[in-house]
Design a binder for this molecule. Sequence first.
Ligand SMILES: Cc1cc2nc3c(=O)[nH]c(=O)nc-3n(C[C@H](O)[C@H](O)[C@H](O)COP(=O)(O)OP(=O)(O)OC[C@H]3O[C@@H](n4cnc5c(N)ncnc54)[C@H](O)[C@@H]3O)c2cc1C
Length: 577
Amino acid sequence: MTMDKYRRGELLNALSAAAYAGRIDRRTFLDALLKAGMTVAAAVAWANEAAAASANQARRRAALHAHYDYIIVGGGTAGCVLANRLSADPSVSVLVIEAGPGNLDQPRITDPFLWATNIGSDLDWRRVTVPQDRLDNRSVSLPGGRVVGGSSSINATMWLRGDERDYGVWAEAGGPSWGFAALQRTFKQIESYRGPGGPARGRHGPIPVGRPPAQHVLSPLLIQAAEEIGLRHIELNERRRLDGTGYVDENVNAEGRRVGAAQAYLQPALARPNLTLLTQAEAVGLLLARKRCRGVTTVHDSHRREFGAARDVVLCAGAFGTPKLLLLSGIGPADELRRVGIHCRQNLSAVGQNLHDHVLLGGLHFPTSRELPPPIANGIPTVAYLRTNPPREPPNVQLVTAHFAFASTVYDVREAYVVWPAVMKPTSRGRVRLAGLDPRAPLWIDPNYLETIADRTALREGLAWALEVGNARALSGWRRGVLRPRDFAPDGLEAFIRQRASTYFHYVGTCAFGRDPEHSVVDARDLQVWGVDGLRIADASVIPEIPSVNTHVPVLIVAEQAAKLIVGTRQHAAAAG
Ligand SMILES: Cc1cc2nc3c(=O)[nH]c(=O)nc-3n(C[C@H](O)[C@H](O)[C@H](O)COP(=O)(O)OP(=O)(O)OC[C@H]3O[C@@H](n4cnc5c(N)ncnc54)[C@H](O)[C@@H]3O)c2cc1C
């Protein structure tokens, strides 16, 4: 990709986000689009839509209603999908409540290479775990997007669907509508794939997906390196099974700029008169009347304010935000609620349980004999899958590569490459609890990383495979010698794992869907919280078991399914009534 094209894409993305947010006017945006070489018709249409969106949202925010048909809590990945799908019916009103800001026009969001600079920033919730027994009692930082688009605005844009066996487990937990066969149409619906691709790929979805037009010199060598240890080269998003190595797709546009849930789903809906986006408003409680959720209490500009929901409140606050709101509202394990002094409104023992995450082992950098070419795109070209688990399950080890010295304190960006192992089907389970009554107090989060022998074995074997791939012959023309364990793990590999294992940022499962209130939080048939009418959950927290891939696509799938279920319920009720 030429630098000019890159800069043009960056500029257009930033200008577009500024125009939708009303920070630049229609004329300025239009002039910039024309200068960037857009046709007059396309530029006018885009500028008009952005101007209408910002004017509409300014009007809506100035005249907030007491009641909406639907309230979506969390304008993140899932929330943006729901906002678009539910407000597509002009006869219903939709309010989105998002704790973070709406300023997407910043390079750290639009440029996928800068994703990691958001970690620890003002766009991150900056949550941490309690000290982890198996990780030398370290607390682990758990980044999560606190901004419109949520984690999909700050993630690394890796786009992976998963293995059919991942969704077989979902179907066991929730019925056939959560199985791979049923979800396949939705996988296609959400993407607009630019590559050659086969019939499995979608061509008309809201999210543009592709690979960088130019390949980094290391990318094919990393594929060859995995082939040397016996893996075959596959198209990761076209095969039903992840049994090999392949290039990673990214959710970016043709200019290489991020298109996450906010840009793809929310922005095109912001001009609708029935959709209101309220940013920097934090939901702090649910309004419950008997066994029905009637609305949400928020804090906005330091003021408490209640909003009523005539139909549903849909929680999309993520795997930590959603269980926290339930617990604060008295929905959760009765003994746990009693412990913090909250009156139990609905005893659901599974709230906050079943927390799990992929475990990533960083710190393994392979120094090069000469400076690498500059990184391209997000710098993450390939992954490879291996297993220490039985073949009836999806492979439980991923090796993720970077053609630059990601997160190194020793090497400059172009002085090393990375092959890192991750546990993708963890068997350890943790939980979250309230630390107290104050909604602003951080959650008590214990992912219980590497508690099981199976997970520790997977990471140890993964580390051995990562060394084999990183040291493979294919890469010898670039590598400086062979990397031996003592070069990076002087205290031994077990100690290295304890010192370096961390999150892969894929927290799920804290409000899992299922078939009964003993073992799950929401009914898999309609994503309604057991025993509470008018309250649904549609984000990463409902995932009963984590897929063997990075979780952006799986969450989009959950949200699309949720939208269909909610719209289906409405149509059913209309037909009946
Ligand atoms: C740093 C990072 C990198 C990642 N990289 C990748 C990747 O490359 N590929 C991939 O597939 N996956 C990746 N992921 C994972 C993926 O992005 C997430 O699993 C997914 O986006 C989660 O979606 P969600 O809707 O459940 O939550 P989120 O997208 O996090 O949305 C939750 C939203 O709710 C808001 N919120 C929370 N509490 C409240 C409240 N009380 N009131 C109002 N609003 C609230 C938050 O601000 C946020 O906007 C990454 C995640 C992170 C954090």
